[in-house]
Design a protein around this ligand. Structure first.
Ligand code: AHG
Ligand code: MN
Ligand code: MN
Ligand code: MN
Length: 382
């Protein structure tokens, strides 16, 4: 039972979630989680907006801090990751957290990296695992952040958790500790329960969303009954409903991919994009290109204007670039809930069960007519 957002126009995301929890008592803990995530996003918005004033730009530790992705971490990658971990940790509702910026899933009880409350009250909050697992990309598009190009935060919530993750005596010599298929001597380096709670398909998400730090700060959310987008009103410091019950246009006239990779795409995709450019697609319109290199910004525009966004497989990267667990699946949930489609090219992203935390997956998502048209090129070529 989800009250219609339009009844609450002018009220806030906080009030909307309060109404949902009142109408669905089983969602009280989820309300607490979304509240902590929105607070974290407000904090991140402030960090990103004021980064050049406070000097938190550039690379972490002056450069050379490489994350598990092999990317050089930005200062803001690290800071935003801590902001989200802290916010989630002290709700007392969290069990496991998986992040782009964490090599392995962390359980909120063990992770010493987050500021510890010294007094009893603080410890009491986190002396037991909560029921939810959160997966997130704390700062998406971070290569853009020093130039002030829009960035975002992506999150997904699963209603399944684990009491602990990395076992105390982590075995030496384990090169890939964090996937079930590790060698025998690494078995148990991360508890199976923790991996089971983390490696869940998009179809098991109970909530997902993003925060877009742009000309406005938008908070998009789905709980499985449509997509609501809220806008941060700086006058009151709250997110207010501005795009109730988002419906992606049936078809758009925009394609959004990094064409620098064009020569590495497969023939069906190259032909599809050429046909769009020449007005030889189903609509007969010549499409235009829009691509900012921040998934959150490109997906947000696709949700509102329609068209197709993608980071497809190519001859250099068979699985593309985007990560299944905390980028593709949460975004696929939102796009499907808005009436769109989200495929790897041929198969539904929400059906894929991750084999490892940072597994990459090809992504093509957006308006249903556009994604279906793209799909036909693969049938024609096989
Ligand atoms: P992140 O900054 O979280 O690592 O993600 C960046 C991703 C995604 O935001 C964007 O769609 C894609 O990288 C852009 O990649 P290219 O610069 O290779 O096009
Ligand atoms: Mn990154
Ligand atoms: Mn990202
Ligand atoms: Mn990121």
């Amino acid at each position: 039972v989800f009250p219609e957002v339009c009844e609450y126009t002018g009220i806030t995301l906080t009030r909307y979630m309060c109404e949902i929890a009142r109408a669905n008592p089983g969602l009280n803990d989820l309300e607490t989680l979304i509240s902590s995530i929105q607070t974290a996003c407000k904090t991140i918005n402030s960090l990103v907006t004021r980064a050049h004033i406070t000097g938190i730009v550039g690379y972490a530790d002056g450069g050379g801090s490489i994350n598990v992705q092999g990317e050089e971490q930005k200062t803001l990658d690290v800071l935003t990751n801590d902001v989200l971990k802290r916010a989630l940790r002290f709700t007392g509702k969290m069990g496991v957290i998986a992040s782009e910026e964490e090599e392995a899933p962390v359980d909120v009880l063990e992770d010493e990296g987050v500021g510890q409350y010294s007094d009893e009250a603080g410890d009491a909050i986190i002396d037991e695992a909560g029921r939810y697992t959160a997966v997130f990309d704390p700062l998406d598009g971070s290569s853009n952040v020093d130039a002030g190009i829009p960035t975002g935060t992506i999150f997904g919530i699963f209603d399944m958790s684990a009491a602990e993750c990395v076992l105390p005596e982590v075995q030496e010599g384990c090169d890939d500790l964090y996937s079930p298929a590790v060698e025998d001597d690494c078995e148990g380096a991360v508890s199976e329960e923790c991996m089971a709670a983390t490696l869940q398909p998009g179809s098991s998400l109970v909530a997902s969303g993003y925060c877009l730090y742009s000309s406005s700060t938008f908070f998009a959310l789905t709980l499985g009954a449509g997509v609501q987008i809220f806008t941060l009103d700086p006058h009151i410091g709250e997110f207010v409903p501005t795009h109730p019950n988002v419906a992606v246009p049936q078809r758009g006239a925009i394609y959004s991919l990094n064409e620098a990779n064009r020569k590495a795409w497969d023939a069906p995709l190259r032909t599809y994009i050429e046909d769009l450019q020449d007005g030889n697609g189903e609509s007969g319109e010549r499409y235009t290109a829009r691509y900012i290199g921040s998934m959150v910004g490109d997906v947000h525009r696709t949700l509102l204007y329609g068209g197709i966004f993608g980071y497809p497989a190519d001859s250099k990267n068979a699985n593309g670039k985007l990560r299944l667990l905390y980028e593709a699946a949460p975004m696929a949930f939102l796009v499907e809930q808005a009436g769109g489609l989200a495929l790897t090219g041929k198969t539904r992203i929400m059906d894929l069960v991750p084999q490892s935390v940072h597994q990459r997956v090809p992504v093509l998502l957006g308006s249903p007519d556009d994604v279906r048209e793209m799909r036909k090129y693969y049938d024609a070529f096989t």
